[in-house]
Ligand binder design. Structure first.
Ligand code: ADP
Ligand code: MG
Length: 235
């Protein structure tokens, strides 16, 4: 089976530092993968390379077997890759509806965007907050607005960077449900620190450390992997 996403020898240097240092990654269609690893391991940089926010220093990125290494962000979005960055990309001064509408407008005409936004507001239970200014919302609600912006492009692959940051336990539980529901129609990669959350959603887990893939396996095996325990527990 052709992977939906593949990287070959991916490298990103910032000055002398290799934030991504030779990553060969494969994701099968329909997979739900979690990326874990210490702060500074390169997880967010990896996502930004996949969506052309950062140009690779070396290596290749393939989507459905097509080389997209040199594509523009707009083309990658058009091909159905949606991203929720770690630092929110929402426009704080605009309403929930307006933020999602702007994202939807990239893929739909005006009437289509209106229709898409109504559906998404309902799917995310954001209807009651639709006309509220995003800057005044809780962390959890802001994260869901960003999920809405990802859904607005009708993605085949969603990249979610720390989606539960700032959420209450109840919001985190609902987010796990939402991600599982999204996974019925798209492949998903989630960067996440909450191991309980990872355990409840992931098919497989990839561990990054110092810009490289340290391990890749089921959560059961990752939790007893000696190298992974060493970087997390310092043993
Ligand atoms: P993670 O998301 O795993 O915490 P990052 O991808 O944010 O890690 O960072 C990986 C490394 O790359 C860190 O050393 C970080 O300081 C560095 N880095 C990330 N973005 C930049 C940038 N725009 N300029 C310079 N260094 C960066
Ligand atoms: Mg990060």
């Amino acid at each position: 089976m052709t992977p939906i996403l593949e990287t070959r020898g991916l490298v990103k240097r910032f000055g002398g530092v290799a934030a991504i240092d030779g990553v060969d990654f494969r994701l099968e269609p329909g997979e739900l993968r979690c990326l874990i690893g210490p702060n500074g391991a390169g997880k967010s940089t990896f996502f930004k390379m996949l969506t052309a926010q950062y140009a690779p220093t070396a290596g290749q990125i393939l989507l459905d077997g097509d080389d997209i290494t040199d594509e523009e962000p707009s083309e990658i979005s058009r091909r159905g890759v949606g991203i929720k960055n770690q630092v929110p990309d929402v426009l704080d001064g605009l309403s929930v509806r307006e933020n999602i509408w702007i994202a939807a407008r990239g893929r739909h005409d005006t009437a289509g965007a209106d229709h898409a936004v109504s559906e998404i507001l309902e799917r995310l239970n954001l209807g009651p907050l639709a006309d509220r200014v995003v800057g005044k919302l809780s962390h959890g609600h802001r994260q869901w607005v960003e999920f809405g912006m990802v859904l607005a492009i009708n993605p085949r692959l969603a990249l979610l960077d720390e989606p539960t940051a700032g959420m209450t336990a109840e919001e985190t539980r609902r987010t796990a449900e939402l991600i599982r529901e999204m996974n019925r129609s798209m492949a998903i990669v989630v960067v996440e620190h909450d191991m309980q959350f990872v355990r409840t959603i992931a098919h497989r887990v990839t561990v990054f450390d110092q810009g490289r893939i340290l391990a890749e396996d089921t959560m059961d095996r990752i939790q007893v992997h000696p190298e992974v325990l060493r970087i997390y527990l310092g043993t």
